[in-house]
Design a protein around this ligand. Structure first.
Ligand SMILES: Cc1cc2nc3c(=O)[nH]c(=O)nc-3n(C[C@H](O)[C@H](O)[C@H](O)COP(=O)(O)OP(=O)(O)OC[C@H]3O[C@@H](n4cnc5c(N)ncnc54)[C@H](O)[C@@H]3O)c2cc1C
Length: 450
């Protein structure tokens, strides 16, 4: 039987962020990760078809990802590893290739947003007026949504025109909440809008990782943790959280071995946590709520085409099931590339998750030819990556099911993008949850000092 002061279960962003904070404070940490690699739902791997390292899905960041930026700085990720826009700018394309452009000028927040909406190219004056009304809501001059109101109901209440919904709101909602605007929580959307648009101008800028995700943070985090004395164990799946006398005291691994710990931080998704808990604990109302959390899939289509289809790092497609198209060769050019590698995101992809690669390839070809008719392209290579449980579903009325950092079992802390961070399940939520769990451990136990 081994012992460790804090055991972190899960080596995704939340687990690595928690472990990093603890090691930074001189704490003794063991990270147990079931897979042979770290990164969880944001990782990269070598793909033999494309002969490149690709991400499991294209990840976007925002200037308001402050916890993520602090984490990347601590582990020594290079400053230029994420491409950040100078000011928020988004290009959307309509069928036939007509552009809708939204770009915020260099004014202080929230005037940059107001000026960006008024200057939007490709939408009419009523749409702009309606957008400004939503902006007023953000300034608390109109009733804000609660978690029971859907984005659809909120957009109607704000008088948002169909044109503006299609060109601005709906792509934003799919991207931020990974859920259908008809069911997604408006309060969750507003939580992001607040952070992005109501603080500083920089907060709303979008960031695209230039490096594959595992190079961006997993390698650096592992190096940092190992140098700080943490034990990192990959291929070490936890079968059971051991609870004795009502307190979490350690874990049992799949290989049968046990480890003791003063604190446990679970940083795994909901289904994995439930499978590790003793049956009695799962009857607590907090865990019954966790059982009621649903998930939402994301599909990423990777396609090598013979020419660029648009200028810039990414565009959104108005009214298409393919929501966003990223051109990896314009983000991080690969010397000797045989064309342009596109990464296409289908969020909330329930209708397509069981489709075979051939029909998704057909969907890709027909949609992209419809949106870029003046760029007849040749498709050279194609690859599908499906994440069935990409995030929890942010359906209206479900936020209260997300658990707090302190679980009902003393000694067991909960982290993960899906815990109650006040944010949708994103990179920032994952890192914040890890930092929050570490803060509880550090408050309760003074760190070991040499
Ligand atoms: C395709 C896709 C696109 C996305 N796009 C964006 C985006 O653009 N912007 C954004 O901000 N966010 C995005 N996200 C969300 C983001 O990836 C997640 O919020 C984040 O990666 C979650 O990290 P986590 O550490 O909470 O969980 P995970 O990454 O799921 O980590 C949990 C870890 O626990 C391990 N584990 C599970 N069971 C056990 C066990 N029994 N024992 C030990 N280890 C175990 C798993 O192997 C995993 O490594 C996207 C997600 C996906 C899937």
């Amino acid at each position: 039987m081994g012992s460790a002061r804090t055991i972190v279960i899960g080596g995704g962003l939340a687990g690595l962020a928690a472990a990093t904070r603890l090691v930074e404070a001189g704490h003794e940490v063991t990270v147990l990760e079931a897979a042979k690699y770290g990164g969880g739902r944001s990782r990269s791997f070598h793909d033999p078809v494309l002969d490149r390292e690709i991400d499991n899905g294209q990840h976007l960041m925002m200037g308001c990802y402050h916890e993520t930026q602090a984490f990347l700085r601590t582990i020594g990720s290079e400053d230029d590893a994420v491409y950040y826009q100078r000011n928020l700018a988004v290009k959307m394309v309509k069928p036939g290739g007509v552009l809708v452009e939204f770009s915020c000028p260099a004014l202080p927040a929230p005037f940059h947003l107001a000026a960006g909406l008024l200057g939007m190219r490709g939408v009419g004056i009523w749409a702009k007026a309606a957008a400004l009304r939503a902006g007023l809501m953000l300034r608390n001059e109109v009733v804000r949504p609660d978690d029971n109101e859907t984005c659809d109901a909120w957009l109607q209440r704000m008088g948002q025109t169909l044109e503006l919904r299609g060109a601005f709101w709906e792509p934003l909602i799919w991207a931020v909440l990974n859920e259908d605007p008809l069911v997604a929580s408006a309060a969750m959307l507003v939580a992001v809008l607040d952070r992005a648009f109501m603080s500083t101008r920089d907060a709303s800028r979008l960031g695209v990782p230039k490096r594959p995700l595992s190079r961006l943070y997993v390698d650096h985090a592992c190096d940092y943790l190992t140098a700080g004395g943490a034990a990192l164990r990959f291929g070490a799946a936890v079968r059971e959280i051991r609870v004795e006398g009502g307190r979490a005291v350690g874990v049992r691994l799949k290989d049968g071995s046990t480890l003791d710990a003063a604190n446990l931080i679970s940083a795994v998704p909901p289904h994995a946590l439930l499978s590790m808990l003793p049956a009695q604990a799962t009857q607590h109302w907090a865990f019954v709520d966790v059982q009621r959390l649903d998930t939402s899939p994301i599909i990423n289509l990777w396609a090598l085409v013979d020419r660029p289809l648009f200028e810039g790092p990414f565009v959104g497609l108005v009214g298409s099931p393919l929501h966003w198209v990223f051109d990896r060769d314009q983000i991080d050019p690969l010397p000797g590339s045989e064309g342009n590698l596109l990464s296409v995101t289908i969020s909330g992809a329930r209708s397509y998750i069981d489709d075979d690669p051939a029909s998704l390839e057909g969907l890709f070809e027909s949609e992209l030819r419809k949106y870029f008719p003046r760029r007849p392209f040749e498709l050279r290579k194609f690859r599908v990556v499906k994440e069935r449980r990409a995030t929890i579903s942010h359906a209206a009325g479900t936020y209260h099911r997300r658990p707090e950092t302190k679980s009902p079992v003393p000694g067991l802390l909960l982290a993960g993008d899906w815990t109650r961070t006040g944010l949708p399940a994103t990179i920032e939520s994952a890192v914040k949850s890890g930092h929050d769990a570490a803060a509880v451990v550090l408050d309760h136990q003074p760190p070991r000092r040499p």
